[in-house]
Design a protein around this ligand. Structure first.
Ligand code: HEC
Ligand code: HEC
Ligand code: HEC
Ligand code: HEC
Ligand code: HEC
Ligand code: HEC
Ligand code: HEC
Ligand code: HEC
Ligand code: HEC
Length: 339
């Protein structure tokens, strides 16, 4: 053979090999196109604002494991998903979400995809819904409709208090007892020289319902909103749930209360009036105070003026100075004349 025949044969072989290679490429096209966000043929799986990292990276086969059935010829059975796409698949790359004491229902059953889209979403963390709407896919929205809802609830911030997956606290709460509340509220409001026993015990829930109630200030039972109230025990249900309602019942009293001058009941005098009875909060802070017996150091006065109260207590009674008035004293054993 001469040189040119060799060249022609060589060229033909090269062309054939080239063609063969092209055919191979065509045949294997979807596989070759792995590494794109549509795997060659599928609609783009990472076109939304938040796409799962391995999807964005075109690593479809890190989850969709090819079987011996060739795709795309076979549509069914060409790929498998570890654990049928349930938590077992996620756990291949993520830390387990079901190791703490209290695990959320759908997390425990491995149904991560009830809340997350595995490929992409317009919500952060590829969530199927944003804010409280996610929770209301399964929890009844109507049961959160309260006359006075806690502001984070009305703002849809369920995650201010709950972890969506798990926690060592009951109800997947982000803190136990009052430490949950202190994530957003100022601790100073709940500490002082005298601290109300249930507050000191971290039992905010003995007076407040966290999601909201039919009463103002998330209170579980009635308590007057205003400074003055015409006396009716049912208005003070909150306090009388734990304290005896008799403390303001009678004009003359012995053991019912220590706030008395001799037998003269000073709770009765201040509280038990048909009109302009003073609410407990005129004198007591329901949480804590820098003075004994939860006596507030200021009372809401007129407009923005807060009237200072100075209260001193002794073994048998006490003395109170309100604003610039003269001191007033009471004594249980030896009643003060013109107190
Ligand atoms: C992190 C794991 C994971 C990655 C990565 C992944 N997928 Fe999926 N994919 C799944 C799971 C789980 C399902 C089944 C659950 C579902 O339908 O939501 C699924 C379903 C599908 C389906 C059928 C249902 C549908 O959504 O159309 C297609 C097609 C698909 N994936 C294509 C892709 C392509 C293409 C890529 C790469 C760009 C990819 N997937 C990357 C986990 C993954
Ligand atoms: C092949 C590995 C792989 C698998 C399997 C996988 N992921 Fe991911 N995922 C990643 C990587 C990588 C990231 C980005 C890095 C990170 O934030 O952890 C990510 C991020 C996420 C994020 C967002 C985190 C953020 O901070 O934005 C969520 C939510 C998520 N994955 C959920 C899932 C769920 C649910 C499953 C199971 C259905 C799953 N992943 C399976 C690799 C994987
Ligand atoms: C009830 C809905 C719900 C279920 C079920 C759920 N998640 Fe989440 N997940 C969320 C929410 C909400 C966030 C955002 C958390 C935030 O904003 O702090 C999140 C965030 C994440 C993140 C990113 C932040 C982090 O905590 O690491 C990953 C990863 C994740 N989820 C994986 C999973 C896996 C794996 C499962 C199943 C075992 C699962 N999720 C089940 C609602 C859910
Ligand atoms: C896919 C459905 C689903 C979604 C979405 C969902 N939950 Fe749940 N949730 C459940 C199930 C199921 C239970 C268990 C009910 C039971 O045990 O009675 C549960 C229980 C709870 C509990 C009580 C746990 C306990 O110990 O009694 C809380 C708190 C909770 N969910 C909060 C949330 C919050 C907050 C969201 C939104 C971030 C949310 N859930 C979204 C299904 C869901
Ligand atoms: C300010 C904190 C806080 C916020 C915000 C909050 N929760 Fe709760 N949640 C609690 C506490 C505390 C409990 C424990 C029971 C109780 O005290 O009522 C609870 C209990 C639950 C329970 C189980 C008991 C029940 O009442 O069914 C579910 C379900 C629940 N929350 C869902 C939600 C959802 C959904 C949202 C958002 C719409 C939300 N929570 C917002 C603090 C909160
Ligand atoms: C995620 C943040 C957050 C957490 C956690 C939280 N709160 Fe609140 N709370 C608020 C916001 C915001 C307001 C409205 C502004 C304010 O009064 O400080 C509010 C207001 C209140 C009010 C007054 C409501 C009204 O009608 O004026 C009470 C009572 C209350 N919270 C009790 C609690 C208790 C009890 C806890 C713990 C179980 C708690 N909060 C945990 C954010 C939070
Ligand atoms: C003994 C009952 C009781 C307990 C226990 C209690 N509170 Fe209160 N709380 C009240 C009352 C009553 C009010 C309303 C005071 C008013 O009307 O000015 C209130 C008001 C509030 C307010 C609103 C304050 C404002 O200025 O509007 C917040 C916030 C609050 N409480 C948080 C808490 C937290 C957090 C705890 C637990 C550490 C707690 N409370 C425990 C009775 C209680
Ligand atoms: C959940 C139960 C509970 C509720 C509700 C409650 N208290 Fe108390 N309170 C206690 C306990 C326990 C003590 C300590 C023992 C005692 O003196 O009876 C206490 C003590 C007090 C004291 C004396 C404090 C001291 O330093 O000796 C005052 C004042 C007081 N409460 C006022 C109120 C007022 C006002 C209300 C309504 C806003 C109220 N309490 C609601 C449980 C409660
Ligand atoms: C005018 C101020 C004032 C008002 C209003 C007031 N208290 Fe008192 N209260 C006091 C003083 C002062 C003491 C302390 C008595 C002592 O120990 O010397 C006290 C003590 C208490 C105690 C401790 C037990 C006792 O009786 O000695 C309780 C409980 C209490 N008050 C509850 C209430 C409740 C509930 C209301 C509203 C229905 C209320 N107080 C209204 C000033 C007031």
């Amino acid at each position: 053979m001469n040189n040119s025949s060799v060249k022609i044969i060589g060229l033909s072989v090269a062309v054939l090999m080239g063609l063969f290679a092209v055919m191979l490429v065509l045949k294997e096209r979807p596989a070759q196109a792995a590494g794109t966000m549509n795997c060659g043929c599928h609609p783009n799986k990472a076109s939304k604002t938040f796409a799962h990292q391995p999807v964005k990276d075109g690593e479809c086969t890190s989850c969709h494991k090819a079987t011996e059935l060739k795709h795309p010829k076979f549509k069914k059975g060409a790929f498998t998903l570890t654990d049928n796409g349930k938590a077992g698949l996620c756990n291949e790359c993520h830390e387990r979400k079901d190791t703490k004491k209290f695990v959320h229902g759908p997390v425990g059953s491995g149904d991560c995809l009830e809340c997350h889209d595995v490929h992409q979403s317009d919500n952060k963390y590829q969530l199927k819904e944003a804010g409280a709407a996610l929770c209301f896919m399964c929890h009844e929205k109507a049961s959160f409709d309260r006359k006075f809802p806690h502001p984070p609830i009305s703002e849809g911030k369920c995650l201010g208090c709950h972890d969506p997956h798990q926690s060592d606290n009951k109800y997947m709460l982000k803190g136990a007892g009052s430490s949950l509340c202190m994530k957003c509220h100022d601790k100073a409001m709940f500490t002082g020289k005298s601290t109300h026993a249930p507050v000191a015990a971290g039992e905010c829930a003995s007076c407040h319902a966290t999601h909201g109630t039919q009463y103002p200030k998330l209170l579980k039972k009635s308590f007057p909103e205003d400074f003055y109230a015409s006396f009716d025990k049912s208005q003070y249900e909150l306090c009388f749930n734990c304290h005896s309602a008799t403390l303001a019942d009678d004009q003359r009293t012995g053991a019912e209360t220590n706030f008395r001058n001799g037998m003269f009941n000073l709770h009765f005098v201040h509280v038990n009036k048909a009109s302009k009875g003073r609410s407990c909060k005129v004198c007591h802070d329901p949480h804590a105070s820098s003075q004994p017996k939860l006596i507030s150091d200021k009372i809401s006065g007129f407009g923005r003026w807060r009237i200072p109260i100075r209260y001193t207590k002794n073994e048998v009674g006490g003395t109170c100075v309100v604003g610039c008035h003269k001191p007033k004293s009471y004594d249980r054993n030896d009643p003060v004349i013109n107190p």
